[in-house]
Structure formats: C-alpha cells, structure tokens
Design a protein around this ligand. Sequence first.
Ligand SMILES: Cc1ncc(COP(=O)(O)O)c(C=O)c1O
Length: 409
Amino acid sequence: MRSVIDQLPGSKVREVANAGLGRDDVLAFWFGESDEPTPLFIREAAVKSLQDGETFYAHNLGLPELREALSRYTGSLHKPVEASRIAVTSSGVNALMVAMQALAGPGDEVVAVVPVWPNLTAQPVILGATVKRVSLKVRDGAWCLDLPALLAAVTPATNVLLVNAPNNPTGWTLTRAEQEAILAHCRRTGTWIVADEVYERVYFAPGSTAAAEPPHGGRTPFRGAGAAGDVGVQSCAPSFLDIAEADDRLVVAHSFSKSFLMTGWRLGWVVAPPVLMPALGKLIEFNTSCTPVFIQRAGLAALAGAANFVPGLVSRLKNCRDTLLPALAAVPGVTVAVPEGGMYAFFRIEGHTDSLALAKRLVLEAGLGLAPGAAFGDEAEGWLRWCFASNDPKRLTQGVERLAKFLRL
Ligand SMILES: Cc1ncc(COP(=O)(O)O)c(C=O)c1O
C-alpha cells in the first residue's frame, strides 16, 4: 500500500461517536447533518424514477435537464453560468475530489485555509501533492482570515488554493472584499481556486440577498438572537461566482446535502471553466462513470422546489442557531462567536485543551456528543464543534444543560 494512504489519520469525529456506541441516551450533535429527513417531494421524485425503470448509465457530466436546472439555479443566485460549465457529481466530496484530481498531483503545492473539514486537505495528500496550511486567526472568539498571510503563502509555485466558506467548522465566511483580493492575487500567480461553497445557502447575515442586489458587502454584524435579520427568499453567502469571469481558474464545489437535507443521497455538482470540462468528464468516467439517474431526478425536484423549501429550512436553522448560541455563551468558561453561516457552533471551554479527550468524556459522562476541534486540524485543538441543525431545538437546550452540569462537577 502507498505509505501516504497508510498514514492518513482516521476520523476523530468517528472516534468520539464510537465511544458512544451502544448508548441510546446520548444527545448527538457530532455529525454535519440535520436530524430531519429529506422532504417528501424530493423522495417521491426518486421513487417515481425507479418505478419508471430509470436504472441505466447516464452521461458522465449529468442529465442535460439537471445541468440546465443547475445553470438556472446558479444564475438566480449569482452571475449567469452556462450549463456546459456544470458537471453533476456523486456528492460534494466527490465534486472536490474530481476537481483536485484534475488540478493537483505529485510535487504540486496546494495552499489550504484551515481549520477545515478534514476531507478537503486529505484529498491532495492522497493525490501526492503537498499541503501548505494557512490558519484563520481568532479575534474575540471569532475566526477571521489573515488576508496578508494568505496572499503571502500563495505564490506562482502554488497550483491550487483551497478555501471553504462558509466554513466548517468555524462558521467564518469570506467577505466580498476578501474574495476580490484573493481572485486578483490568484490571477497574478496563475493559481487555481477550488472554492467549497456547499454552505452558501446556509447563511444568516441579516439582509443577505441574491446577487440581484448590489454585490454582497463586507461582513454584516449579527444583531443578536431574535433580531430582525430576515434570512430572505434567496439567502446566499458571498460567492466567487459573483465576481469571477467564465474562464477564470476557479472551480466551485457544491452539494445538495445541506440546503436540501440530502446527505445520504450523495449528489453534488461543480462549476468550472470550459477548459476543464473535458478533464472532469474523463475523471467522472473513471471514478463513478455517472450519478444514478433516480438520484439526479431527486435533484431536479429539489431545484424545482428550492424557492419554497430553502428559505424555510434556513429559518429553522437560524432558529436553532439562535436557541443554542445564547445558551452556550452563558455557560461559565465558554468562548463562542455567533456563526454567520454553516450549521455549527465552534467553541472552547476555559481550562480544557485536549479536545478529543474532552469530547470522549462528554459522551461517556454527560451523554453529549460533540466533534473535537482536533478533527479539523492542530489549529483547532482545544475547540469543540456543535452541529445545531435539528428539527427539535429543545434538544439543543437539553444539550447545554448537560454541558453545564458536566462542568460544575
Ligand atoms: C465543508 C464541506 N464540504 C463538503 C462537504 C461534502 O458534502 P457531501 O459530500 O455530503 O455532499 C461537507 C460535508 O460535511 C462539508 O462540511
């Protein structure tokens, strides 16, 4: 076996979840998904497709009608994108992998903004590339980009810049000004940007709207729980697709998992420049050949229902965030910032520095399942991630009570 694969670390989130195996009294917030199932109208579209006998191979890049629908959907949020620049993939993580396979190999340099969901940084390592990590900085409990440090790290020797915003686990979101600076810099260095924007719709900044409005401005301060912040019909975080040209060296990875509660379906897509599309077609052929048609039909139904479904989901997630955050912040010793996007509270507790050990103790002694910060890189050691996506916000309050009781003991 290749030593690079042998040396890949196992998932520390799984390690914590395994510590709770066999216990049905654990309130689990460790994985990045809601406890709410996929809406029925989406499931029904898949069932109908199967009943219609759509059980055959499909085009490598996806059903033409799904690519067209994704083009319209993307254009409703950002600048217009031709369907020919869209490839349907078998999940967001698969979208990221085929992009990375196209762009980074042995001897290549990838700069990654961290902490981040570990799959992103593992992929270039698997492919033999070197990953240079640029850490976000903590200011007043909130994670922020050190833009000069990032720009200094990306040089003409950098093949790919990997950035995920809204960010898992920190909730940090790129501002328009930061995106512009990064894009201009990468144009100068000839570096590809691989932007993971799977949480773009899970964005809560008050007043955030579609690109029909003037481009998203800088960071909008959170006005506190219960504030009038309308998550809007078209809530959407700033995207590189708002500012880039079609032939820029930019690949944006997307997923149906988060905005449509479709984690188990494995459906995603990439937006890429025309020059990359033949390579993506070949790589999809050699990875999965295509995404199953019945899954793509579910994706078509999801997009057709997006305007009705997504705003309600984002409102529910905002309610979850605004239930968890004040309660968590009130626990003595806890430092936490309100995330602008994503579905995670990322926090630390005074006096606790070993996040894996603490997360395991919380499972065993408090019945509370959280993800250890160390799972997202050494930069996040000492922190804990709490996924607040829940159909029942009372579970979040109960979880905070368990944490507070554990800390008092
Ligand atoms: C930052 C980030 N990118 C990509 C993904 C991949 O999503 P999926 O493979 O379910 O489409 C996730 C899932 O948690 C994520 O957190």
